[in-house]
Design a protein around this ligand. Structure first.
Ligand code: PGA
Length: 220
């Protein structure tokens, strides 16, 4: 049976108290999961507290960052580098369409971010918006997220997502896992995860509610 990745991307949401309330209700161990990798991607301000809490409660979840500096440690005001992230997490999202659009991240910057992630033993989850999006070398996990499906309540069809996943895997043999993202809910998640080439989901809005996120994990 394939291993599914269920990733919650909180984006720029949640204070420390809101995150604590979320975690208090996140009884993921009660689901008895063995074949799913659950990854929570909080904002940088919460990486430390969430990872300590996950460790102390021995929750069946891993931590990821939503971004990484394209530079190593040093004089780069405001940047959070791979060495700092690795203290708290194992994964990092790179190439999300919101960062490409609002922060003008281009292929060169994204390639440098992937290099930094790999240098510090972080696993990049590289977001692509279509089947022809450039994927830096070293990436193994890709999240296919069409822009028009993000936060709109209008997901891609599982058939189309499967076709894109198949095309990406066949043109890039380094890619081992493809996730789908864009308006995932507990009601539609299984229609994607049951497709043979789709290895999980990247969840934005619906991951902000721990009860809904637990349902997604359960239904996937
Ligand atoms: P959404 O976002 O689930 O709110 O559509 C997905 C994403 O942007 O990762």
């Amino acid at each position: 049976m394939k291993k599914l990745f269920i990733v919650g991307n909180w984006k720029s949401n949640k204070t420390a108290l809101e995150a604590k309330n979320w975690l208090d209700a996140f009884k993921v161990n009660d689901l008895g999961i063995t074949d799913k990798e659950i990854i929570i991607c909080p904002p940088f301000t919460l990486l430390s507290s969430i990872s300590l809490e996950v460790r102390s409660q021995k929750l069946e979840a891993r931590i990821g960052a939503q971004d990484i500096s394209p530079f190593d440690e040093g004089a780069y005001t405001g940047e959070i580098n791979g060495k700092q992230i690795k203290e708290f997490g194992d994964y990092v999202l790179i190439g999300h369409s919101e960062r490409r659009q609002y922060l003008k991240e281009d292929d060169e910057i994204l390639n440098r971010k992937v290099i930094m992630a790999i240098k510090y033993n972080l696993i990049p989850i590289f977001c692509v918006q279509e089947r022809n999006t450039v994927i830096p070398s070293g990436v193994r996990i890709v999240a296919y997220e069409p822009i028009w499906a993000i936060g709109t309540g209008n997901p891609d069809t599982p058939d189309n997502a499967e076709q894109v996943a198949t095309a990406i895997k066949s043109s890039n043999k380094e890619i081992t896992h493809i996730l789908y993202g864009g308006s995932i809910t507990s009601a539609n998640t299984n229609s994607f995860t049951k497709m043979s080439q789709i290895d999980g989901v990247l969840v934005g809005g619906a991951s902000l509610d721990s009860t809904e996120f637990l349902k997604i994990i359960n239904n996937a």
